[in-house]
Each structure stands twice: as structure tokens, then as C-alpha cells.
Design a protein around this ligand. Structure first.
Ligand code: SF4
Length: 386
């Protein structure tokens, strides 16, 4: 068998913080697939993969890793996957995408593995335990295994099952909580209630699994933003997850929510209103020790991040510093942020050359298309990331 041309199956997405994790696919697509705001699996059908098939993929991944180690020794690098090994693999003919991806994973040495796709706890506990055990046997160097799952699915597992899964090697579950406001969960067809989300989060925590809850600023639109912010904080205050990750709503034309946008039954938050929504959300987090991150490119204020409770004031200050900017400067910051020029308000303050360029760009767009043209330009830029 030609190891260099071999591959294993991988799915379409992973969380931003798993960019350098080894990706293995346990199930295909999403078994729920109804959320109005979700662009990911809409045209694809969910299916389970058999334990044998997944084990075969893990074995292929191991064979590739061993081949890369052998190449490293052959090149006199003593098993290190460094620039020279990477360059040989990147420039050589006949290497599969998976082979190259594995080399990059070994180069970064994160020792982390993310299991795709959207809801792997839907697997039978025995099957998931068998897969995790095999993965840990074949890759003893892996120190962190994470996956996505739905609260509803997690709530159906017994505490005992979750403990077995944890013991077999699953360290962390990323959950798309999105909102804790029941009317909004219903409107968005999330298929879960706030009470079930609390139950699921707590169950995982009790089983010793790290919990990472994704929240979606903007999801309440202009009608429900306040309840969205406060109820989501209320739910999280009862879970106290390890991580709270912000990933703001965008509505490209390929998702169901776009219809609501067109017919006026959903109105997007403006960036300024979104800043106020996030301020209210952070201010309402109380009595918990979670780490908050905004590490998604679609977030306006990436540096709203820190550990609760000690960094709460600093996070609120970041939002305030955006809100205190004069109108023109907020517009320049927004355009620069959405175009990838700034990551923070500090960048914006430091980089005067970029400031001047963006200012000129805004003047040009306004001269030809007026103020709505600038807003269109910003929307187009941010939607590129979806
Ligand atoms: S459960 Fe997750 S992956 Fe499935 S449709 Fe909803 S947001 Fe998308």
C-alpha cells in the first residue's frame, strides 16, 4: 500500500481553536440540521460511520504518522518534524492532502485531536468508547480529544455513560448553546430548551468533561437582543462551563434565516447595538469561573476575552472603549476590523497609516454610493469569512 497517497475521511468544519488539531470524522453531518442560522450541513444527510470504518481511518492516520517519522530519521532529523521535513513533503509529488495535514499537525505538536462532525455523542456509548480507546492506543502522544455535540443528545446520555466516555479519552465537548432564551430557541428551530441546555452542561461537568459553550451574539436580532443577552447569561451562570466562546451571527443568502431577513420577520443588530448586547451579556455573567473568548473572525471585538470573575471589568472596558469612540472612528474601526486590518481597539489606535487609508476609502465610497454603500461594503467583507 502506498502510504503517501493514502487518506482518511475528514468533515467540513472545526472550531477556530482546533485549527491545529488532528481532524478525524466519527459521524457525517448533523442529525438535527434544522437551525435557521446554520449554513453548514444543510444540503447533506446525516449518517453514522461504523466502528470498523473509523478504526480503519485511525490506523491509516497512524501509518501516515509513522511514515513521516521514518522520513524524519532518513533525513537525519531524529524523529523531529521540522522545516526540512515539511518542505520535503510540501514540495514532493504524490503526497495526499491527509498526509500533508498530518505532517503539519506533527510540526505544530499540539497533540490535540478534534472529532468531527456536529453531534458525536449520538453514537452508542459502547461504540464511542471503542473508538476512543482505539484512538488512545494508536496515538499515545495525543493529550486532548474534543468533539462537538448537541445539548439534547447529551441530556439523553446517563451520567454513567458520560463518565465512561470521559474515561475512554474524551476531554472536552463544544456545544452550540447559541442562546438561553426559550422563545428565541424556538424561533431559530434549535430543538432544545434552556432547561435541557442547563441539564446537559451540568451532566458533562459532573462527568469530568470540559465544557465549551458557544454563544451567538446578534441571534436575537433587534426584537429579542436584551432577553437573549440576559437569559443566555442566566443559563451559563447555572452551568459554569470551562469556556464561553462568542461567535457572532451572520446571515448569508444560503441559510434559512435569510428568508426572515428578506420578509422583515428578523432584523439584524447593527454593530453598535451588538456592542451594547455583548456588554449586557458580560455584565450579567455572575458567580462563575469560565474563560470567555471571542476568537472568531466574525466577532467585532476580538479582545473581549478573559477569565471570570477577575477579568470581567477589563472585558467591559474593551467594549466601553469601542462605545466611547466618536462616530467616524467607530466606522473606521469597523471597516478595518471587518477587512482584517485590526484585531483590537489598541491596533486601531497604534496604526495611523492604516487609519488614513481606511478614512480615504470611506470618503471614496461615500462620494460614489453614499453612507449605505459603506455599510454594504462592510457586510460584504465580513460575509466572506462564512
Ligand atoms: S445543531 Fe449545530 S450543526 Fe446542526 S443545524 Fe444546528 S447549529 Fe447546525
Amino acid at each position: 500500500m502506498n502510504v503517501r497517497a493514502s487518506s482518511f475521511e475528514q468533515g467540513p468544519i472545526r472550531p477556530p481553536n482546533e485549527a491545529r488539531s488532528l481532524l478525524l470524522r466519527l459521524t457525517r453531518n448533523c442529525p438535527w440540521n434544522q437551525c435557521l442560522f446554520c449554513p453548514v450541513y444543510k444540503t447533506r444527510k446525516f449518517s453514522l460511520r461504523s466502528v470498523e470504518e473509523i478504526k480503519q481511518d485511525i490506523q491509516t492516520a497512524r501509518n501516515i504518522a509513522d511514515d513521516i517519522l521514518a522520513l524524519s530519521h532518513q533525513l537525519g532529523r531524529n524523529g523531529a518534524v521540522d522545516d526540512e521535513v515539511i518542505s520535503r513533503i510540501s514540495n514532493g509529488p504524490g503526497y495526499s492532502q491527509c498526509y500533508r495535514g498530518m505532517a503539519v499537525w506533527m510540526y505544530y505538536g499540539t497533540n490535540a485531536c478534534f472529532l468531527q462532525d456536529a453531534d458525536n455523542l449520538i453514537m452508542k456509548t459502547d461504540d464511542l468508547v471503542a473508538v476512543l480507546t482505539f484512538l488512545r492506543e494508536k496515538f499515545p502522544e495525543i493529550t486532548r480529544v474534543t468533539t462537538y455535540s448537541r445539548s439534547k443528545t447529551i441530556s439523553r446520555k446517563s451520567g454513567e455513560s458520560l463518565k465512561r466516555i470521559r474515561k475512554a479519552g474524551l476531554n472536552r465537548v463544544h456545544i452550540g448553546l447559541e442562546t438561553g432564551y426559550d422563545p428565541l430557541l424556538k424561533f431559530m428551530k434549535k430543538g432544545v430548551t434552556a432547561a435541557v441546555q442547563i441539564e446537559a452542561g451540568r451532566k458533562l461537568m459532573e462527568a469530568g468533561v470540559e465544557v465549551s459553550e458557544y454563544v451567538m451574539p446578534g441571534l436575537g436580532g433587534q426584537a429579542m437582543w436584551r432577553e437573549h443577552a440576559m437569559e443566555t447569561a442566566r443559563v451559563l451562570n447555572q452551568i459554569n462551563p470551562h469556556f464561553i466562546r462568542l461567535r457572532s451571527l451572520r446571515v448569508p443568502d444560503r441559510i434559512p434565516l435569510y428568508e426572515n431577513l428578506k420578509n422583515g420577520s428578523f432584523v439584524m443588530q447593527t454593530d453598535d447595538a451588538l456592542a451594547e448586547e455583548i456588554r449586557l451579556f458580560i455584565a450579567s455573567l455572575d458567580g462563575i469561573t469560565s474563560r470567555v473568548t471571542s476568537d472568531h473572525i466574525m466577532n467585532l471585538l476580538e479582545d473581549v476575552s478573559g477569565k471570570l470573575p477577575e477579568d470581567k471589568e477589563a472585558m467591559l472596558k474593551v467594549i466601553q472603549s469601542y462605545q466611547d469612540l466618536p462616530d467616524k472612528e467607530r466606522l473606521i474601526f469597523r471597516l478595518g476590523r471587518r477587512g482584517g486590518a485590526y484585531r483590537s481597539i489598541d491596533d486601531f489606535r497604534r496604526d495611523t497609516a492604516t487609519y488614513q487609508k481606511i478614512n480615504l476609502l470611506i470618503q471614496n465610497i461615500e462620494a460614489s454610493e453614499g453612507a449605505p454603500g459603506v455599510e454594504r461594503y462592510i457586510t460584504e467583507m465580513v460575509d466572506r469569512y462564512i
